[in-house]
Design a protein around this ligand. Structure first.
Ligand code: 5AD
Ligand code: FES
Length: 355
């Protein structure tokens, strides 16, 4: 095991079978070694910096019906909300005062937010806060929309591939297409966004082979950001009785992602913080280097419940900011207050097109 891990660290050339072997066979000593190597690799690219992004969940209205997700269309037991442009800008204002220079605007796939409304929003934030990075996470849209949003001033786009298994993807996403989602990711890259993708760990029927494919897919896509979190069942979804993903398996996948896409930005996700009180700190120690504290208004926090027991739904934005600062420092990292662009973007700019 140790030899395999060192080979991954040094050469980054493992076969699918070798990755499957690690996922299936890694023991406690192997995990320790893996996390150490992942942390070393992170330091080679990003030193001991951890980047903060303020997350604004601006609408929980969604036209999709993903089986795992608490804000899926068929869930009638969620109070739906939609923030107005002025409220979103107000969140950014509050975040800017706290010190954030990177905002993530996330919502369900809400048709109210047409390309016009979204571009107006992005333009306003760009005009008010010229030195921040603007990240959108509003799901699948057409190429022209992505282009217009980029032209309006959006820098980054998050769209997890969710799972690289065609079979699982099909089961979990009624009426959605695996190929269309992958196409969206390629289009976003071609336009010039810094792109974030990623997947859930411990989905029902997910195998070690599926997880290896997630990593190999990411290696090929070569995104700037990689979000990995445990699947957590939500009580108002068809998957409510399923088992969730484990802390350890999620940490292993984060560490492997760090070694396989070494220059990427990897968040210690809210989901991993929700299954263990020190989940985010453990993720930072396994190769993650971003945290995304919540900046959404208090009145809507608990309504954006993608999974049960989500943390930070009762903490004010300044509490989350300072709480995260403390947590980051407690594990020996430094808070970086810049935009937090990816290494590749900073060194190569807008190239690296893959079609
Ligand atoms: N458990 C864990 N993660 C979830 N997400 C959605 N629902 C769940 C869940 N039940 C993740 C998806 C999505 C991101 C915003 O949240 O991966 O892309
Ligand atoms: Fe929200 Fe700790 S990050 S309370």
């Amino acid at each position: 095991m140790e030899k395999l891990l060192v080979k991954l660290y040094e050469e980054n050339e493992l076969s699918r079978d070798e990755i499957v072997h690690i996922i299936n066979e890694i023991d406690a000593a192997g995990k320790k070694k893996l996390y150490d190597l992942a942390r070393m690799k992170q330091r080679e690219y990003y030193d001991d910096h951890v980047y903060l992004r303020g997350l604004i969940e601006f609408s929980n209205i969604c036209r999709r019906n993903c089986l795992y997700c608490g804000i899926r269309r068929s869930n009638r037991n969620v109070e739906r909300y939609r923030l107005k442009k002025s409220q979103i800008v107000q969140c950014c204002e509050e975040g800017y005062q706290l010190g954030y220079r990177s905002f993530v605007l996330q919502s369900g796939e809400d048709n109210y937010y047409t390309v016009h409304r979204l571009t107006a929003l992005v333009e306003k934030i760009r005009a008010n806060f010229p030195d921040v990075a603007i990240t959108l996470s509003v799901g699948e849209r057409d190429e022209l929309t992505y282009q217009k949003l980029y032209d309006a001033g959006a820098d980054r786009y998050l769209l997890r591939h969710e799972t690289a298994s065609r079979r699982l993807y099909g089961i979990l996403h009624p009426k959605a297409s695996y190929d269309e989602r992958m196409d969206c990711l390629r289009v976003l890259k071609r336009i010039g966004y810094q792109v974030g993708s990623g997947f859930m760990v411990g989905l029902p029927k997910q195998t070690a082979e599926d997880l290896a494919d997630d990593l190999l897919f990411l290696k090929e896509l070569n995104p700037d950001m990689i979000g990995i979190g445990p699947f957590i069942p939500h009580s108002e979804t068809p998957l409510k009785f399923m088992k969730g993903g484990s802390l350890d398996q999620t940490l292993v996948m984060i560490a492997l992602a760090r070694l396989i896409v070494p220059d990427s930005l990897i968040p210690a996700t809210t989901a991993i913080g929700s299954i263990h009180p020190l989940g985010r700190e453990l993720a930072l120690n396994a190769g993650a280097n971003v945290v995304m504290p919540n900046l959404s208004p208090m009145s809507v926090r608990s309504k954006y419940e993608l999974y049960d027991n989500k943390i930070c739904t009762t903490d004010q934005p300044d509490q989350c900011y300072h709480c995260m600062e403390r947590r980051i420092e407690s594990v020996g990292f430094k808070v970086n207050r810049g935009r937090g662009d990816s290494y590749r973007y900073l060194t190569q700019g807008k190239i690296d097109v893959i079609d």
